[in-house]
Design a protein around this ligand. Sequence first.
Ligand code: ARG
Length: 467
Amino acid sequence: MGKNTHKKARPRAAWSGRFAEPVSERVERYTASIPFDKRLAEHDIRGSLAHARMLAACAVISKRDLAAIESGMRTILAEVRSGKFKWSLANEDVHLNLERRLTALAGDAGKRLHTARSRNDQVATDVRLWLRDAIDALGAQLAALQASLVDLAERHAGTVMPGFTHLQVAQPVTFGHHLMAYFEMFARDRERLADCRKRVNRLPLGAAALAGTSYPIDRDMVAQELGFDGICANSLDAVSDRDFAIEFCAAAALVMTHISRLAEELVLWMSPRFSFIRLPDRFCTGSSIMPQKKNPDVPELARGKTGRVAGHLMALLMLMKAQPLAYNKDNQEDKEPLFDSVDTLADTLAIFTDLVAGIEVDAGAMRAAALEGHATATDLADYLVKKGLPFRDAHEAVARAVRAADARGCDLAALSLAELRRFSPLAGADVFKVLTLEGSLASRDHAGGTAPKRVRAAVKRARKNLK
Ligand code: ARG
């Protein structure tokens, strides 16, 4: 173990010319990125083709070389897509694997592809291309989840439930309003991703190893062909910083954080102590010992996976911290956290879109819960204020009424007018209108309020926003 045994002859590394001995198998494994960066293959090919076309247009390589490169890349792309491409650890990473194969197919033309380029600007380009596609796909997935929330919110624009602060009954809200709060969170998440995309979408290629290149290249041409908004303006910065990936991971961690809040509420609402909702069996699993159990595994796992994605953000921040300019091999470690963030997010969003659509609501249980805990106490205080009592005095009077209701084991709204008048003679027969759940909801009739008609308006605006 650990000895540098070379029983099998391994292919020589592309950069091995100045080395007296090959690396050990352990070092080979340690330094290789092929097990995880091969998923960049299609983007690497796209980048290489754009580079080759530019080299030909600038007369750095011949038209014939370009044709040979294009034809070889077509073959390689088909091999990659069909799973027939033979990846080798000895060729270290996706870039060298593809180049080796291209050279086998296209001869010297393949060897000329790397003119005026380095793996440093190449990998930065690949990751940006890959991440741009991922951001676009995730944006669409977020919109789909939002659409699921809006559908459910519309059906429950008038369904009353207790709103909580400190997880104590606070004031009545509608379930639709509650769901639309998540719509807003995910709307900001989409904005963040779209904003991050602007900084992802810059071309590093042309920076070469770090200092640029002596060939007469046209970086704008490559940027245009690859759909970048422009080029990275400084070659050292282009190959070294991964802030675009860090920014993405921060946005991804926030999406997961929002998901985890929803997940936690689903877990609570599903508990028999709440019984606000039921989740379809396809999102739940049972217990191997307790036959009665139906556990909300999917929301719980999403809550757990939030830690994992937040961890990836930390990993990338630590990766970048204190790296001197320009490229350092540390940066090879950017991929696994980034890829896993995207994969985790994609799976979670797809599952939650389906799960939200499947939520079954027990409106009766929600209503019963809203009738406990004196949810309309603030409404009574506001009523007294409108009759002329200063708010602090109204607060005090209602607090005493709540104590009396508690002592009798009933809700504030169940006290008689005579009883209420013991705490404030300002209470009149019309007081019961504000003490009902519906009265409370309807009175919160302003932009951003929970009145059912405001929730319906929010749903309408949301649908427009999603178009
Ligand atoms: N596999 C490498 C990475 O992901 C590619 C760049 C390697 N560059 C180098 N100078 N060793 O970062």
